[in-house]
Design a protein around this ligand. Structure first.
Ligand code: ZN
Length: 98
């Protein structure tokens, strides 16, 4: 649903921006039709971005987590547990001993 909103928004923005460019270069005679297209497009792109931002930062979404060493595994002593500061994603890393 949110992805669909974003895609529609990008399409609106694309059309709006190309109409604006056409208007700037006097290629098009419907001057302000691009204004609502750009506004609606921006809203459709921003709203889903804001909704997903609350539980996942942009960096985490592209896979750049900020892992901190939190603990050692209870059962296997050389397995370290890392937790991402931002999204709380956990990962286990096997550390060689010695
Ligand atoms: Zn993260």
């Amino acid at each position: 649903m949110l992805m669909k909103m974003k895609n529609t928004g990008e399409m609106f923005l694309g059309i709006g921006l190309s109409l604006m460019v056409a208007h700037i270069f006097d290629l098009f005679s419907f001057p302000y039709i691009y204004v609502p297209l750009i506004i609606v497009g921006l809203l459709l792109v921003i709203i889903p971005a804001l909704k997903t931002k609350t539980h996942n930062s942009l960096l985490c979404r592209i896979g750049m987590h900020k892992f901190n060493h939190k603990a050692w595994d209870n059962e296997i002593k050389y397995v370290a547990i890392y937790v991402c500061e931002r999204c709380k994603k956990r990962k286990r890393v096997v550390r060689s001993v010695g």
